[in-house]
Design a protein. Structure first.
Lengths: 115, 115
């Protein structure tokens, strides 16, 4: 069964606008961690933001925020004030305890920022 | 602080040949991961080391793939013999400890093309 689902293969956003990238997950664990990574065309995965399942507040890191809805099992990434340099692939990932620490990734969403 | 280093960045080989990739994690990071990222997909864990011991190699095709992490620092991943479906980006990542919220830092990856 797909653990992480990213339903938007590609997204466009106008520069300086906000954009939401969707992520839903599936787990029977109560404790888990959710991550978002950015992958530019250079190939390196860049960590953006982390949300723990027991965190009461939504995580924020600069222009990035995570809209965490635990009951819906969704962890959407919100990028505010988009910049041209935000054009990249974005991956949602989950880590479950007791599973050795590996990250399970979604298929990714390609974001294109238009000037 | 230096990031995760990988070499080579690109490799083109013919099927049935062998190839090796090298990874040097961030200094002091005990946990090292090798992921395979096929075009259009998210990364998938191949093997995970904690110091120089294997934590998870359940998805490593052991008939052709091997990996080692001598002295608990740098690591090599080998494919012998390569198949066409091994064409992918091989990403190395490291983290300081094995914990739910611990960030994994990725290297630039090695792009492998098998002809």
């Amino acid at each position: 069964a797909q653990k992480i689902t990213q339903t938007q293969p590609g997204m466009f956003v106008q520069e300086k606008e906000a954009v939401t990238l969707d992520c839903t997950y599936d787990t029977s664990d109560q404790s888990y961690g959710l991550f978002w990574y950015k992958q530019p065309s250079s190939g390196e995965m860049i960590f953006l933001i982390y949300q723990g399942s027991y965190d009461e507040q939504n995580a924020t890191e600069g222009r990035y925020s995570l809209n965490f809805q635990k009951a819906r099992k969704s962890a959407n990434l919100v990028i505010s004030a988009s910049q041209l340099g935000d054009s990249a692939m974005y991956f949602c990932a989950m880590r479950e305890p007791g599973k050795g620490g590996k990250l399970i990734f979604g298929q990714g969403t390609e974001l294109s920022v238009k000037p | 602080e230096a990031g995760v280093a990988q070499s080579p960045r690109y490799k083109i080989i013919e099927k049935r040949q062998s190839v090796a990739f090298w990874c040097n994690p961030i200094s002091g990071h005990a946990t090292l991961y090798w992921y395979q990222q096929i075009l259009g997909q998210g990364p998938k864990l191949l093997i995970q080391f904690q110091n120089n011991g294997v934590v998870d190699d359940s998805q490593l095709p052991k008939d052709r793939f091997s990996a080692e992490r001598l002295k608990g620092v740098d690591s090599t991943l080998k494919i012998q013999p390569a198949k066409l479906e091994d064409s992918a980006v091989y990403l190395c990542a490291s983290s300081l400890v094995l914990a739910l919220q611990e960030t994994q830092y990725f290297g630039p990856g090695t792009r492998l093309l098998v002809l």
